[in-house]
Design a protein around this ligand. Structure first.
Ligand SMILES: NC(=O)c1ccc[n+]([C@@H]2O[C@H](COP(=O)([O-])OP(=O)(O)OC[C@H]3O[C@@H](n4cnc5c(N)ncnc54)[C@H](OP(=O)(O)O)[C@@H]3O)[C@@H](O)[C@H]2O)c1
Length: 352
């Protein structure tokens, strides 16, 4: 057998991982801690007499919990958990106003500026900061054995928190499918919402009970599916708002203000959602694209080009999808579908 150093890089790494796993499975510790000591981080060993800085909950109690980031999610989650009987012991925010707002809404939460200072206090660390900030923040944090760290991102996996890990720590994710536009509305929306969780079995059990406290349901996603799950959520929330904005822009051409558009088109939207729930998405499709009304399609594209050119691309993208759906369910002949698609292509080219 070749020595590790003789194998090509990738094969050597794989071989090393397999061998290390076999050693671990056999219960062999290659770097044992001396008797009467324990480990912090990867390479720090302390005598057992030394106190861990963070507090420890009693068995059966909720863990000492801290939230980094007093933004939309951090604040709503903190208030909701605290009201649900899951105390929040600490918050870290760089902004004095947000820190003050958080501590005035969440009784017993101690304010910190630095995330690491919060880490010294709690057992469960929740990072509720923008996606782009999470990896950098995690690489600047040093966890202690017995702690768990989670983030609330829908786009990132729990593995981005790995740089903060030490022996005996856990990482995970807790992504509520809620639009956090307003604190009280978001707190109410936790009831009946879905929370995508990640973590090993012990942490997942804890996160499921945290979701249940909020009146939400925890789900574990299939590996590799988180980005698609989150993209769908972005279409359902932000994408739908973009659609509403386009509807309001066209409503304005017809003389309606925003409230007027919402009053008029809102029931149509709700009725369509109700139809989709009752009949299925395909069967709920109505409108000119299902009938092959090319004249109507041409009139719409012309008025959009003249009065609301910013809506043209969105209308065209939706119309293409509607044409596909209508064809799939058999209400549009292939030649009519092709003619409608050609009409859209011509209108877009003319607008360029
Ligand atoms: N908004 C939603 O509807 C929603 C829904 C589900 C999940 N999420 C996820 O939840 C997370 C937080 O989103 P959000 O909407 O709450 O964001 P946000 O309102 O922008 O709040 C972000 C918080 O992170 C802090 N922060 C920003 N940059 C930082 C940095 N460089 N270092 C340390 N802290 C920093 C902010 O500043 P201060 O330190 O100054 O307070 C603020 O408190 C994201 O991962 C997002 O994907 C959001």
């Amino acid at each position: 057998m070749k020595a590790w150093g003789d194998l090509p890089g990738e094969a050597a790494a794989r071989k090393r991982t397999e061998t290390e796993a076999a050693i671990k499975a056999a219960g062999i510790d290659l770097d044992p801690v001396p008797p009467g000591h324990h480990r912090h981080g990867v390479d720090e060993v302390h005598p057992d007499g030394h106190d861990h800085p963070h507090q420890h909950s009693a068995p059966g109690e909720t863990p000492y919990t801290g939230i980094v980031g007093a933004g939309a999610v951090g604040t709503a989650l903190g208030v909701a958990l605290s009201r649900a009987g899951w105390p929040i012991h600490a918050v870290a925010s760089r902004d004095e106003g947000r820190r003050h707002r958080f501590t005035s809404l969440v009784e017993g939460a101690r304010p910190f500026v630095e995330p690491q200072a919060l880490v010294e206090e709690v057992e469960l660390i929740i990072l509720a900061v923008p996606d782009d900030v999470i990896p950098t923040l995690a690489s600047g944090i040093r966890m202690y054995g017995g702690q768990a760290m989670i983030h609330t991102s829908g786009a990132l996996g729990a593995e981005v928190l790995a740089p903060a890990m030490a022996a005996g720590t856990q990482i995970g994710a807790f992504h509520p499918l809620v639009a956090f536009a307003d604190t009280e509305r978001a707190i109410a929306a936790f009831h009946g919402a879905t929370v995508a969780i990640e973590g090993d079995d012990q942490l997942a059990t804890l996160l499921s009970s945290m979701a249940e406290r909020l009146g939400a349901t925890a789900v574990r996603l299939a590996p590799g599916s988180k980005a698609a799950y989150h993209a769908a959520a972005v279409l359902a929330a932000g994408g739908f708002i973009a659609l509403l904005d386009a509807i309001a822009e066209l409503g304005a051409v017809a003389g309606l203000d925003e409230a007027g558009s919402l009053a008029i088109y809102g029931p149509l939207i709700e009725g369509t959602l109700g139809n989709a729930r009752a009949l299925g998405i395909r069967a709920a499709l109505t409108g000119p694209m299902t009938r092959g009304d090319i004249g109507t399609l041409e009139a719409h594209l012309a008025t959009l080009a003249a009065h609301a050119p910013g809506v043209l691309d969105l209308y065209a993208a939706a119309a293409r999808r509607e044409i596909d759906l209508a064809q799939e369910r058999g209400s549009l002949a292939p030649e009519t579908a092709s003619a409608m698609t050609a009409t859209i292509v011509t209108a877009l080219a003319r607008a360029d």
